[in-house]
Design a protein around this ligand. Structure first.
Ligand code: ZN
Length: 186
């Protein structure tokens, strides 16, 4: 492959990823972090996509990005949904092999971004009415990779993946094992 071809295909991959992020209603700053494209190119891409392809119903989100890990553990349903999303992220290689303290900086990249989109799309298919936005999915992956506030572990009853909020009451089991009063949890 000639150098110009290589650069072209690398650019192409960034654009494709940015489009996928836009379809999932990611914020401009998130798209910039993960694709390395400038805000200006992202804005143009956004305009072209919305105006020329008529992709209405796509909203641009402003304001602060998600920051509270308790979002994922606030209810049994949410814990379960977040666990589904996290499981798919682990299976599709979105998560790094070890904990990374500067996850916000070191995690983003085109390859991982593609895997993340893949994981998010699978999650949406698996869950009836998905409650986790793409921005929250990015936050979940980052928080889990950092592992200081939120970590993934196995349910002591069924070995399924559960999420543990370090700042909340300790929990050893998934929702259904806790509900069924699994002895192994005691
Ligand atoms: Zn369980």
């Amino acid at each position: 492959m000639r150098i110009s071809d290589a650069r072209y295909s690398r650019d192409r991959m960034r654009f494709d990823l940015a489009l996928r992020f836009i379809q999932h209603e990611a914020r401009t700053s998130t798209i910039r972090q993960w694709t390395g494209l400038t805000d200006d190119r992202i804005r143009k891409l956004f305009r072209t996509y919305i105006v020329e392809d008529g992709a209405e119903g796509i909203t641009r989100h402003r304001g602060k990005s998600p920051q509270q890990v308790s979002f994922f553990t606030r209810s049994p349903q949410m814990r379960q949904e977040a666990a589904v999303l996290a499981s798919v992220c682990y299976m599709l290689g979105v998560m790094p092999a070890a904990r990374v303290s500067d996850a916000r900086k070191s995690l983003p990249g085109v390859q991982r971004g593609e895997a993340l989109c893949e994981a998010y799309e699978v999650y949406r298919q698996l869950v009836g009415t998905p409650r986790i936005s793409f921005e929250h999915a990015v936050f979940l992956v980052t928080a889990l990779a950092r592992g200081d506030e939120l970590r993934a572990t196995h349910c002591a009853g069924c070995r399924g993946l559960i999420l543990v909020d370090q700042g909340a009451m300790p929990t050893r089991g998934c929702g259904s094992c806790e509900e069924n009063g699994q002895e192994r949890l005691l």
